[in-house]
Design a protein. Structure first.
Length: 111
Protein backbone atom coordinates (compact mmCIF):
# COMPACT_ATOMS: atom_id res chain seq x y z
CA UNK A 1 0.00 0.00 0.00
CA UNK A 2 2.59 2.56 -1.13
CA UNK A 3 -0.03 5.32 -1.27
CA UNK A 4 -1.13 4.80 2.36
CA UNK A 5 0.61 7.28 4.67
CA UNK A 6 0.11 5.05 7.73
CA UNK A 7 1.57 2.01 5.94
CA UNK A 8 4.56 4.17 5.00
CA UNK A 9 5.00 5.27 8.63
CA UNK A 10 4.60 1.68 9.87
CA UNK A 11 7.24 0.41 7.44
CA UNK A 12 9.68 3.19 8.34
CA UNK A 13 9.57 4.70 4.84
CA UNK A 14 8.15 7.95 6.24
CA UNK A 15 9.50 9.59 9.40
CA UNK A 16 7.24 10.13 12.37
CA UNK A 17 7.43 10.70 16.11
CA UNK A 18 7.05 7.02 17.10
CA UNK A 19 6.01 6.54 20.73
CA UNK A 20 5.51 2.75 20.59
CA UNK A 21 6.14 -0.09 18.19
CA UNK A 22 6.00 -3.89 18.14
CA UNK A 23 5.57 -6.50 15.42
CA UNK A 24 1.85 -5.67 14.86
CA UNK A 25 1.33 -2.09 16.03
CA UNK A 26 2.90 1.32 15.66
CA UNK A 27 1.87 4.42 17.64
CA UNK A 28 2.95 7.94 16.77
CA UNK A 29 2.13 11.55 17.55
CA UNK A 30 -0.57 13.13 15.39
CA UNK A 31 0.79 15.97 13.24
CA UNK A 32 -2.41 17.99 13.85
CA UNK A 33 -3.10 17.35 17.54
CA UNK A 34 -6.55 18.02 19.01
CA UNK A 35 -5.26 17.86 22.59
CA UNK A 36 -1.90 18.10 24.39
CA UNK A 37 -1.54 14.32 23.97
CA UNK A 38 -2.78 13.02 20.61
CA UNK A 39 -1.33 9.68 19.57
CA UNK A 40 -2.46 7.53 16.65
CA UNK A 41 -2.36 3.78 17.28
CA UNK A 42 -2.43 1.78 14.05
CA UNK A 43 -1.96 -1.81 12.94
CA UNK A 44 1.07 -2.36 10.73
CA UNK A 45 -1.13 -4.53 8.51
CA UNK A 46 -3.28 -2.43 6.19
CA UNK A 47 -6.93 -2.57 7.26
CA UNK A 48 -9.06 0.10 5.62
CA UNK A 49 -11.42 0.82 8.53
CA UNK A 50 -13.12 -0.65 11.58
CA UNK A 51 -15.88 -2.12 9.43
CA UNK A 52 -13.25 -3.99 7.38
CA UNK A 53 -11.74 -5.82 10.39
CA UNK A 54 -11.68 -9.61 10.14
CA UNK A 55 -9.44 -10.24 13.17
CA UNK A 56 -11.02 -8.75 16.28
CA UNK A 57 -8.08 -9.95 18.36
CA UNK A 58 -6.17 -7.18 16.55
CA UNK A 59 -8.72 -4.61 17.74
CA UNK A 60 -8.21 -5.90 21.27
CA UNK A 61 -4.44 -5.49 20.91
CA UNK A 62 -4.87 -1.95 19.60
CA UNK A 63 -7.10 -1.08 22.56
CA UNK A 64 -4.64 -2.65 25.03
CA UNK A 65 -1.91 -0.53 23.45
CA UNK A 66 -4.04 2.60 24.01
CA UNK A 67 -4.52 1.71 27.70
CA UNK A 68 -0.81 1.01 28.19
CA UNK A 69 0.21 4.22 26.39
CA UNK A 70 -2.24 6.27 28.46
CA UNK A 71 -0.50 5.04 31.61
CA UNK A 72 2.97 5.57 30.13
CA UNK A 73 2.08 9.10 29.00
CA UNK A 74 0.69 10.05 32.43
CA UNK A 75 -2.97 10.42 31.47
CA UNK A 76 -4.00 9.59 35.04
CA UNK A 77 -6.92 12.03 35.10
CA UNK A 78 -8.54 10.41 32.07
CA UNK A 79 -8.34 10.12 28.32
CA UNK A 80 -10.45 9.37 25.26
CA UNK A 81 -10.02 6.73 22.55
CA UNK A 82 -11.76 7.50 19.24
CA UNK A 83 -12.11 5.41 16.08
CA UNK A 84 -13.56 7.31 13.13
CA UNK A 85 -15.08 5.06 10.46
CA UNK A 86 -15.96 6.19 6.94
CA UNK A 87 -16.10 9.67 5.50
CA UNK A 88 -19.30 10.62 7.34
CA UNK A 89 -17.70 9.32 10.56
CA UNK A 90 -14.73 11.66 10.13
CA UNK A 91 -12.16 9.13 8.86
CA UNK A 92 -9.63 11.03 6.74
CA UNK A 93 -7.02 8.27 6.25
CA UNK A 94 -8.23 4.92 4.93
CA UNK A 95 -6.21 2.86 7.42
CA UNK A 96 -7.70 1.75 10.73
CA UNK A 97 -6.41 3.96 13.53
CA UNK A 98 -7.29 4.75 17.12
CA UNK A 99 -6.89 8.31 18.41
CA UNK A 100 -5.61 8.43 22.00
CA UNK A 101 -6.44 11.90 23.34
CA UNK A 102 -5.66 13.44 26.71
CA UNK A 103 -3.82 16.05 28.67
CA UNK A 104 -6.82 18.33 29.10
CA UNK A 105 -10.43 18.03 30.26
CA UNK A 106 -12.31 16.07 27.59
CA UNK A 107 -15.59 15.76 29.54
CA UNK A 108 -18.72 15.38 27.42
CA UNK A 109 -20.75 17.36 26.70
CA UNK A 110 -18.24 20.20 26.45
CA UNK A 111 -18.72 23.39 28.34
Amino acid sequence: MNNCIFCNIASGEMPSDIVYQDDKIVAFSDINPCSPVHVLVVPKEHVKSLDQVNDFALVSELMRCCVDLAKKLGLNEGYRVVVNTGVAGGQTVEHLHFHLLGGRNLAWPPG
